[in-house]
Design a protein around this ligand. Structure first.
Ligand code: RIB
Length: 306
């Protein structure tokens, strides 16, 4: 299989608890349920792109534990090429401790585990996969030098390079921006990268303009139920979100990024690709969990706007 979307990033086992409300620091609350769910921002985006029509290859690392086997098998079941997913000997797989409250808000603590072992050498070893792709996607749950390498190589190869800067805790290296075609942050990531507090459409535009100033070609700020804001040097456009009943927002951003990548790889016009990704993300919040919540192409095509 020749993949047209390559996702470079994390694979995590999500350890998910549902509670009435999130605990305050130092507080203990009772949970209503617990389960393990396949996740990780990279793997979620790969699954979304595959279910939404792309041929996908994943580049990442899993541990030599049972989670590693399960995470790989999960991606294979979603028809994702895992030849460049390396098992790191004597290492634990990445995990994410996720708590979801009754309002579908969540908190997430990620322990990188084997994801922290993904090196530029792993990418050099599968350069052929990058060469044949149309779209290269990465996030920030793997080492920063690896992300920097992927962005630079993607630019050299003249691919569509997408960075979802999640999770973001501060500014990105300034020289990265020139390699990025689409930078897709949420509100808090846009703030972390730009220094502009994002709490309205106007402030989202200001933040995005700053990121364009840094060198990104196009920025899409995802705003949850408030939609998405597209900003380039020439154009600003707000895309309203489809209205749905939210159950769990985990992986909604990943579904947007994976869906958008798949749509671009299929040759869809950019604005249609944003709308397509929004429907996919909206559908994902109507179901619990990361990968189990990601819809199929048929689900998205069958979605009727109310
Ligand atoms: O974006 C959601 C993902 O973030 C979860 O699946 C979890 O693994 C963390 O990486």
């Amino acid at each position: 299989m020749q993949a047209n979307v390559v996702v470079v990033g994390s694979l995590n086992m999500d350890l998910v608890t549902r509670t009435e409300r999130l605990p305050r620091p130092g507080e203990t609350v009772f949970g209503q349920s617990f389960g393990t769910v396949h996740g990780g921002k990279g793997a979620n985006q790969a699954v979304a792109a595959s279910r939404l029509g792309a041929r996908v290859a994943m580049v990442g690392c899993v541990g030599s534990d049972a989670y590693g086997v399960q995470l790989r098998e999960g991606l294979l079941a979603d028809r994702i090429d895992c030849l460049a997913v390396r098992t790191v000997p004597e290492s634990a797989s990445g995990v994410a401790l996720i708590t979801v409250d009754a309002n579908s808000q969540n908190t997430i603590v990620v322990v990188a585990g084997a994801n922290g072992c993904l090196e530029p050498e792993d990418l050099k070893a599968c350069d052929q996969v990058l060469q044949v792709a149309d779209v290269i996607v990465c996030q920030l749950e793997v080492p920063i030098e690896t992300v920097g390498y992927v962005l630079g190589r993607g630019r050299e190869l003249d691919k569509i390079v997408i960075l979802n800067p999640a999770p973001a805790s501060g500014p990105l290296p300034r020289h990265w921006y020139g390699a990025i075609d689409y930078l897709i942050p949420n509100e808090s990531e846009a703030w972390a990268l730009s220094g502009v507090t994002v709490d309205s459409l106007e402030s989202a535009e200001l933040a995005a303009r700053q990121l364009i100033e840094f060198g990104a070609r196009k920025v899409i700020v995802t705003l949850g139920a408030k939609g998405a804001l597209f900003v380039s040097a020439q154009r600003v456009e707000h895309f309203a979100a489809p209205r749905v009943e939210a159950v769990d927002a985990t992986a909604a951003g990943d579904t947007f990024v994976g869906g958008f990548s798949a749509a671009l790889a299929a040759g869809m016009d950019q604005d249609d690709a944003i709308r397509f990704a929004q429907v996919a993300a909206a559908l994902s919040v109507t179901h619990a969990g990361a990968q189990p919540s990601i819809p199929s192409l048929r689900d998205v095509q069958g979605f009727a706007t109310p």
